[in-house]
Design a protein around this ligand. Structure first.
Ligand SMILES: NC(=O)c1ccc[n+]([C@@H]2O[C@H](COP(=O)([O-])OP(=O)(O)OC[C@H]3O[C@@H](n4cnc5c(N)ncnc54)[C@H](O)[C@@H]3O)[C@@H](O)[C@H]2O)c1
Length: 447
């Protein structure tokens, strides 16, 4: 079995999934030989955690790293706005790429990546981990098996709670030029799910919404009391603060690393400088003739989602409660997966997939769970990333560049729509990629 030489680019919190895999379950197919990370403290933390000792390069030296360390594949886990440049440069320097969602934040970024792929023929694997969650996989199966007929419309509501949702307003995500806003940063997961569930391409987007709750003028600011400059200094019991000093991982990765680059992880969610939205609503038309209505709320008292899929022969409904209520007034690690709180009787944590065909009673569909984290989904995801093409997956969960482009095209068009107050077609973004085309993806069967 060939062992690939890997470099991880951007060693913040998300990189841990890749670093842990490459130093454990996937060490037989991949070896970490370098990291590219501007902050020595963050790079050092992970080297110690996962027990590797490899050279660290600055982002400006990406090409030198790839040449000197003979890198086969880079994993890009840097902030969203940096993806396009790093992906294109890595390919031109001779490496294949695994990139976290979102693929990029702008139409220009799509053109940059498409240009590099055409020029180099290099491979790109996207990480759309939500596909692998058994409930989301099962909804795909229900639709693909024709249980509800041809899909005519989808209604999708996503609620981010005051722990997790608030976290996007604390750090780099809070500026649209860094993250593309939640429509790109967060919703690209959701748009990818819809594109994949209904197997069609988005064509036109109308978006509305704004910053209504967070920020100095947001509705939440009035009741939030006197605000400190950084969440860490907030009075004990402030539900809007994270306590980085109390959490060894947050402390090492961000608080102790701040002196090197001034990256403040715990800005106040009611401070000025936020340029993203916290309440969003969209209508999306699809090539198949179906349409999507979608909403995202980032200050809900519970976290989860509801999806309704209307087909010609019936309807599928998926309801998920990831956390029924927020009971921790003094948040420690907001990025931790919601796990439901005790005393959660009214809105119990859980999931329910119901299918109802016309003229038939509703039936609950069992969601098959595998072994390991995220109901077995993570094991399948990691194999698709580190041993691509080695498992048969009738659901087609492995994703490539076109899936990445399809997903961000909705958010990018949505951002234009928000700015201009009109419906925006995907065509007018001039992405330089035909969404129905396979020409960007050198790997047959993965699109
Ligand atoms: N799939 C998921 O569910 C999921 C979850 C979390 C994050 N993500 C994605 O992972 C990426 C990283 O998110 P995070 O939460 O780890 O952020 P983070 O801020 O914790 O880490 C980003 C790291 O990149 C470094 N960096 C900044 N600019 C760089 C550059 N030009 N080149 C190389 N490194 C650079 C930073 O110093 C930092 O260490 C984002 O794209 C995010 O959308 C995906």
């Amino acid at each position: 079995m060939t062992t690939r030489r890997y470099a991880v680019v951007g060693t913040g919190s998300r990189s841990a999934m890749y670093l842990s895999s490459l130093t454990d379950t996937y060490a037989h197919v991949g070896e970490i030989v370098a990291v590219c990370e501007p902050n020595p403290a963050r790079a050092g933390y992970h080297a110690e955690q996962f027990g590797f000792d490899v050279p660290r390069y600055e982002p400006a030296d990406l090409e030198a790293m790839i040449a000197e360390q003979r890198i086969d594949r880079v994993v890009v886990t840097s902030p969203d706005h940096s993806h396009a440049d790093l992906v294109a440069r890595a390919m031109r320097a001779g490496a294949d790429v695994v990139v976290e969602k979102p693929l990029t934040t702008t139409a220009d970024g799509v053109r940059t990546i498409a240009g590099a792929m055409r020029e180099t023929g290099r491979d790109l694997v996207m990480t759309f981990n939500y596909r692998y969650s058994p409930r989301n996989s099962e909804l795909r199966r229900v639709i693909a098996d024709g249980e509800i007929g041809r899909v005519l419309s989808v209604h999708f509501e996503w609620a981010l709670d005051t722990v997790h949702g608030a976290d996007y307003f604390r750090r780099w995500h809070r500026e649209k030029e860094n993250s593309g806003g939640l429509l790109v940063h967060k919703s690209s997961h959701h748009f990818d799910l819809v594109n994949w569930w209904i197997d069609s391409n988005p064509t036109r987007v109308y978006a509305t919404g704004g910053l209504a709750f967070y920020g100095p003028d947001g509705a939440g600011a009035a009741g939030a009391g006197e605000r400190p400059a950084k969440g860490r200094d907030a009075a004990a019991g402030d539900p809007w603060a994270i306590k980085m000093a109390a959490d060894p991982k947050l402390k090492a990765l961000y608080l102790d690393a701040e002196e090197h680059d001034g990256y403040v992880r715990d800005q106040d969610v009611f401070a000025s400088g936020i340029t993203i939205e916290d309440n969003l609503g969209l209508t999306v038309d699809y090539a198949s003739g179906a349409f999507l209505t979608y909403s995202l709320n980032a200050h809900a008292p519970w976290e989860g989602y509801r999806v309704t899929v209307n087909g010609t022969e019936g309807r599928a409904e998926l309801e998920v409660v990831e956390r029924g209520w927020v009971d921790n007034p003094n948040v420690v690690d907001p990025s931790a997966t919601p796990e439901g709180a005790a005393g959660d009787e009214v809105r119990p944590t859980g999931e329910r997939l119901v299918v109802q065909r016309h003229w038939e009673p509703a039936r609950e569909v069992a969601i098959p769970m595998g072994a390991g984290s995220h109901g077995g989904g993570d094991a399948i995801l990691l194999r698709d990333i580190f041993e691509p093409g080695t498992q048969d997956d009738p659901l087609g969960r492995a994703s490539g560049v076109l899936d990445g482009v399809r997903a961000v095209s909705v958010g990018i068009a949505g951002n234009v729509s928000l700015a201009e107050g009109r419906a925006v077609t995907v065509d007018e973004l001039e992405l330089g990629v035909n969404l129905a085309d396979q020409d960007l993806d050198p790997t047959a069967g993965r699109n």
